[in-house]
Design a protein around this ligand. Structure first.
Ligand code: APR
Ligand code: PHB
Length: 391
C-alpha cells in the first residue's frame, strides 16, 4: 500500500488531520490500534476553543455542534464558597468557548470519515515506523494475523502519550520536560442539570472542585483527590457531599444530585517533548505534550497542532515549499508552551498542595482576590482560557 501521509492514531489529532488533508486532496491513511467504539467511548474533556469550533465549521462538520453545543461567554471562580463571574466575551472582544464533549466531536469526525472516504484502518496491532530518517518511510502493522506495510512520504504520530511514534525518535535528539502534580481529579458524569449556566473553578481549603457539564441535562463534576485514591472509596453520596462542601454553602445547596454513570480518577501532569519533528516523522497532540485538565487545553492543543501541520503539508504539495514543514515544530511549540504555562498556573492557584503552609495558602487567596478586583488580571485569564490566536 502507498499513501502520502501515514497518520498513527485516530484520536482528535489524527482525525482532524485526516479531514484537513482530505479537504486539500492530499492522500492519507489513519492506523488505529483500537476500534471505533473504544475511541468514541472514552470520556474526556468537553470545552472547545473558538479555533476548534471554526475548524469544525470549515470542515463542514459544525451542524450538530452549532445545534447542541453550549456557548459560554464567561466562567466562574470560587474561593472558599464565594463565587465571582469572569465575562470572557466582554474581555476578549467577543470570544467564547463551546461545551461539546470530545465523544461528540469524535462521533462527528468518524461519521464524516465514512461518508467522505477518509481511510481508517482499525485494530492495527504492533504498528512500527521504519526509515523515518530516509526519503522513503514505511509503517508496518499486523491485523487479522497478517503483516502489512504502508509506504509514504511522511508519518504523523497522533498516537497519544503511550504510542510508538515518540519512542521512534532517538533519545539523543529529543528533550523532555515534565511536571508531575501531587494529586489527581476524581470525576463523575450524572444525568442531572448543571448547578450553573457556566463552569465553576473552585479553590477550597479542602481542595479544588470543578462544576462542568455536557448539556443542559448532564453534569460533569470533579474534585481534587489524593494521587493514590481509589474510586471504590467514593460512593456517589460521599462524592456529592464533598463536592457541595467545596462549592460552598450557597452553590452547594443548589446542586442537583443523582446517580453517577461514570466515575474515574485521572492523574495530573505537564509534559513536553521537543522537537515535534524528526526528519519525516512529525508528532501532534498528546504524543508530544500533556497538560493538566485545568483550563481544558488538551484537545484544543491537538487541534491547533494539526491545523498548523495541515497548512504545512498543503504548502509542500501545492507549492513545493518546505518552509511550513520546517517551521512546524517551532510554531506548534510556541503555542503549546503558552498553554502549558496557563494550565500549570491555573492549577497552581486553584489546588491544595500537600506541602502547602499558611503562607502559600494566603498567596493563593490573595491572587484570586486580585483577579476578582482587577480587569487586566481577568483579561489575562480570559484571553488564555478562550485560546490564544493561531500565529
Ligand atoms: N498504534 C496505533 N494507534 C495507537 C497506538 C499505536 N501504537 N498507540 C495509541 N494509539 C491510538 C490510541 O488508541 C488513540 O485512539 O492513538 C490515539 C491517540 O488519541 P488521544 O490519546 O486522544 O490523543 P490525541 O489525538 O493527541 O488527542 C489529545 O484528546 O484524548 C484527549 O486527553 C486527550 O485532550 C487530549 C486530546
Ligand atoms: C470537562 O467538562 O470535562 C472539563 C471542563 C473544563 C476543564 C476540564 C474538564 O478545565
Amino acid at each position: 500500500m502507498r499513501t502520502k501521509i501515514a497518520i498513527i492514531g485516530a484520536g482528535p489529532a489524527g482525525m482532524f488531520l485526516a479531514h484537513l488533508l482530505a479537504r486539500e486532496g492530499i492522500d492519507a491513511v489513519v492506523l488505529e490500534r483500537r476500534d471505533r467504539e473504544y475511541v468514541e467511548g472514552r470520556v474526556r474533556a468537553g470545552v472547545l476553543e473558538q479555533v476548534a469550533v471554526d475548524l469544525m465549521d470549515r470542515l463542514g462538520l459544525g451542524a450538530r455542534l452549532q445545534r447542541e453545543g453550549l456557548v459560554h461567554g464567561g466562567t466562574n471562580l470560587s474561593l472558599d464558597g464565594e463565587l465571582f463571574h469572569i465575562d470572557m466575551a466582554a474581555l476578549t472582544g467577543g470570544r467564547t468557548v463551546t461545551v461539546y464533549g470530545q465523544q461528540e466531536v469524535m462521533h462527528d469526525l468518524f461519521d464524516a470519515a465514512d461518508e467522505r472516504g477518509v481511510q481508517i484502518i482499525w485494530n492495527a496491532d504492533e504498528v512500527a515506523i521504519e526509515g523515518a530518517s530516509t526519503d522513503t518511510p514505511v509503517v508496518t502493522w499486523r491485523s487479522d494475523g497478517e503483516q502489512h506495510e504502508l509506504r509514504c512520504d511522511f508519518v504523523v504520530g497522533c498516537d497519544g502519550q503511550h504510542g510508538v511514534s515518540r519512542k521512534t525518535i532517538p533519545a539523543n535528539v529529543q528533550r523532555e520536560f515534565e511536571r508531575v502534580y501531587p494529586f489527581g481529579w476524581l470525576g463523575i458524569l450524572a444525568e442531572v442539570p448543571p448547578v450553573e449556566d457556566e463552569l465553576i473553578y473552585a479553590n477550597h481549603e479542602r481542595g479544588f472542585a470543578l462544576a462542568s457539564m455536557r448539556s443542559e441535562t448532564r453534569s460533569r463534576y470533579y474534585i481534587q483527590c489524593d494521587i493514590d485514591e481509589k474510586v471504590e472509596n467514593w460512593s456517589d453520596e460521599r462524592f456529592w457531599d464533598e463536592l457541595c462542601l467545596r462549592l460552598g454553602e450557597e452553590v452547594g445547596a443548589r446542586v442537583t444530585r443523582g446517580p453517577s454513570f461514570e466515575k474515574s480518577i485521572a492523574p495530573l501532569r505537564s509534559y513536553v517533548a521537543e522537537p515535534m519533528r524528526w526528519n519525516r516523522l512529525f508528532l501532534a497532540g498528546d504524543a508530544a505534550h500533556i497538560v493538566p485538565p485545568t483550563g481544558a487545553k488538551g484537545m484544543n492543543l491537538a487541534v491547533s497542532d494539526v491545523a498548523i501541520l495541515a497548512e504545512a503539508f498543503s504548502e509542500y504539495y501545492g507549492e513545493g515549499s518546505s518552509a511550513g514543514i520546517d517551521h512546524y515544530s517551532a510554531r506548534a511549540l510556541a503555542r503549546v508552551w503558552k498553554a502549558v504555562r496557563f494550565s500549570w498556573w491555573f492549577t497552581s492557584i486553584t489546588h491544595r498542595y500537600p506541602d502547602m503552609d499558611g503562607f502559600d495558602r494566603r498567596i493563593q487567596m490573595a491572587e484570586i482576590d486580585y483577579i476578582r478586583g482587577s480587569i487586566p488580571a481577568q483579561r489575562t485569564l480570559a484571553e488564555n482560557y478562550v485560546g490564544l490566536p493561531l500565529e
